[in-house]
Design a protein around this ligand. Structure first.
Ligand code: MN
Length: 211
């Protein structure tokens, strides 16, 4: 659980999300970008107090850092965690919300399509790089967005799903059309099983699969 960290395996084959997300996008996004965040994090934390911390603790401990090196550690630790969470938020197989998640969605959004519309809006309106999230606080669901490497997890919020809206997540497949990427991902490859599991373990929020 502590460093040096390793890139966790993808939960599906590189081409499994096609045509929504191409194997070519995965080849850069996972094998280059995500790997680089892992490698840079390992270099930055070596021989520091962060070397023996679980990834989540590093993110929490550096989220409000003013020190330049700690800011860099946060940026890379946040991106390692966020990407790990993103891959698990996507599924090539059709999934459905659990009974508990379905009733929470109906209560807090009205319907799944209203929730998806809010996620799309959050992703579209995130100016520059960042993330759109479905989160739960004390069982109440909401949609939020974060910039760059920030994650709701850093402030103890239970994350259920995320969509990466950095350009590297969609540019090869959708060029500048971020709304089209969001619409396609949200309609076709969201992992409702993962969201349901994350809601069920709210008292013990998700840990990254990265080791
Ligand atoms: Mn990314």
């Amino acid at each position: 659980m502590t460093g040096p960290f390793k890139l966790a395996p993808l939960p599906w084959a590189d081409a499994a999300l096609e045509p929504t997300i191409s194997a070519r996008t995965i080849s850069f996004h996972y094998y280059k970008h995500h790997q680089a965040y892992v490698d840079t994090l390992n270099t930055l934390v070596e021989k520091t107090k962060f070397a023996d911390m679980p990834l989540e603790k590093i993110v929490e401990a550096t989220a409000k850092a003013s020190d330049d090196k700690e800011k860099k550690i946060f940026n890379n630790a946040g991106q390692v965690w966020n990407h790990d969470f993103y891959w698990r938020s996507l599924s090539p197989a059709k999934t459905e919300p659990s009974k508990d998640l379905a009733s929470a969605i109906a209560r807090d959004f009205g319907s799944t399509s209203d929730l998806i519309a809010q996620l799309a809006e959050a992703g579209k309106t995130q100016f520059g790089s960042g993330w759109a999230w479905l989160v739960s606080r004390g069982g109440k669901l909401s949609v939020t967005k974060t910039a760059n490497a920030m994650t709701p997890m850093a402030e103890g919020t239970n994350c259920l799903l995320t969509v990466d809206v950095w350009e590297h997540a969609y540019y090869l497949d959708y060029q500048n059309a971020r709304p089209k990427y969001l619409e396609t991902v949200l309609a076709n490859v969201l992992n409702w099983n993962y969201a349901s599991e994350n809601l069920a373990r709210e008292s013990e929020p998700v840990r990254a699969a990265v080791k």
